[in-house]
Design a protein around this ligand. Structure first.
Ligand code: SF4
Length: 383
């Protein structure tokens, strides 16, 4: 058995429900009542029962309940799901258990339910504190709910809080992002994920941009925002361990690290979830009605499966590793792909070293922090 096969797996569960659709959102999410949520929970149980025997000899050390808006589901849903997971898979004692919450649907009762269920990491979807701007993009969020959420978490001394911050919304300013980051620092968050808005086709935002009703954020503004965030968070004792992710030491997200380490398997359950198991990628159906019907009929949720070739794995290894501050392990790369990157790409690597953009240290190739903003142009020359 290889080292990778021995490593604990991650478990992702998708909750496809939201209050309403934000203009920029391309995730699979529906606005549904508790009856539909109950049907979905039953379907998840059926999928778990279908796959559990394949994982009887594996261990997991992370659970991530994401969405959609996991905190929107009725009280008792998450506790019941957690019990089902614990009785179906083996989890290590130090398992990281994250749930994403939206302040508008996160209540005291749900908080206690999650803690009782074993949740030890809460990811608060703040995105941006500018209520007016968010409303323009179809996201309903109130400062009052955000304040209540952090007050509740901090009064209970909840130890591990993440917050997501979105960068690149048309109309967003440098100052509004800086205000959001400074606010989060006062709320004792241990981890901040800064996501660049991706404008996806078929979203309301895409059509508004196409019609010229909104203008995209300028690159110059984007770079200034990232530089300001980096300075503020570094000063506050956070370290950037991946292009978009900052953590206080010891609070790096164990689950997300698995996605950036190409050898590590993870199991995704629920509609639109995907998995990577022993070299294969599996994609679950994206249609909620199909998922529920298929689970009732005892059919597999997987609608497609593909083998990840060595060439693809090689490219992914370079791309994903160079997004992290740890960098690319050159020795492991040589062992896994039979290629000494320092020899096959000597000129390119030396050119970037001379420009001060990358470094080779202790057998790791790394992009320097100041050049993460242009990482794509470096990576593309190495693959
Ligand atoms: S809350 Fe998140 S998942 Fe739901 S519609 Fe908005 S962006 Fe999409």
């Amino acid at each position: 058995m290889s080292d990778e096969e021995n490593r604990p797996l991650g478990l992702y569960i998708h909750i496809p429900f939201c209050d309403r659709k934000c203009d920029y959102c391309d995730f699979v999410s529906y606005s549904m009542d508790s009856k539909a949520q109950q049907l979905y929970l039953e379907a998840l149980f059926a999928e778990i029962d279908m796959v559990r025997s394949e994982f009887f000899d594996k261990t997991f050390d992370s659970i991530f309940i994401g969405g959609g808006t996991p905190s929107i589901v009725y009280e008792g849903f998450i506790a019941s799901l957690a019990r089902k997971l614990y009785s179906s898979f083996h989890f290590l004692d130090n398992t990281e258990f994250t749930i994403e919450v939206n302040p508008s649907s996160f209540t005291r009762e749900k908080f206690f339910e999650y803690v009782q269920a074993g949740v030890n990491r809460i990811s608060v979807g703040v995105q941006c504190l500018d209520e007016k701007l968010l409303r323009e993009h179809g996201r309903i969020q109130s400062m009052e709910n955000i304040e209540e959420t952090f007050k509740m978490l901090n009064t209970s001394q909840f130890p591990n809080i993440n917050s997501d911050v979105m960068i690149g919304l048309p109309g967003q300013t440098v100052d509004s992002v800086v205000d959001t980051i400074n606010y989060l620092l006062k709320q004792n968050v241990k981890h901040i994920s800064t996501y660049t808005l991706q404008v996806e086709r078929h979203t309301m935002l895409y059509s508004k941009l196409r019609k010229g009703r909104l203008s995209p954020m300028k690159d110059k503004t984007m770079i200034e925002i990232y530089n300001r965030i980096d300075r503020i968070l570094t000063k506050a004792g956070f370290h950037r361990y991946e292009i978009s992710n900052y953590a206080k030491p010891g609070f790096e997200c164990k689950h997300n690290l698995k996605y950036w380490d190409d050898g590590v398997s993870y199991l995704g359950l629920g509609v639109a979830a995907h998995s990577y198991i022993d070299g294969y990628r599996y994609y679950n159906t994206k249609r909620l009605d199909t998922y529920i019907d298929d689970m009732k009929d005892g059919k597999s949720a997987v609608y497609s499966r593909e083998y990840v070739s060595d060439e693809e794995r090689r490219e992914e290894r370079i791309m994903l590793s160079l997004r992290t501050t740890k960098g690319l392990d050159l020795e492991k790369f040589k062992k896994d792909f039979n290629e000494d990157l320092l020899r096959t790409h000597t000129d390119v690597i030396n050119r970037f070293i001379d420009k001060g953009m990358v470094e080779v240290k202790d057998n790791f190739l790394r992009i320097k922090n100041a050049y993460f903003a242009v990482s794509n142009s470096i990576i593309v020359e190495l693959i």
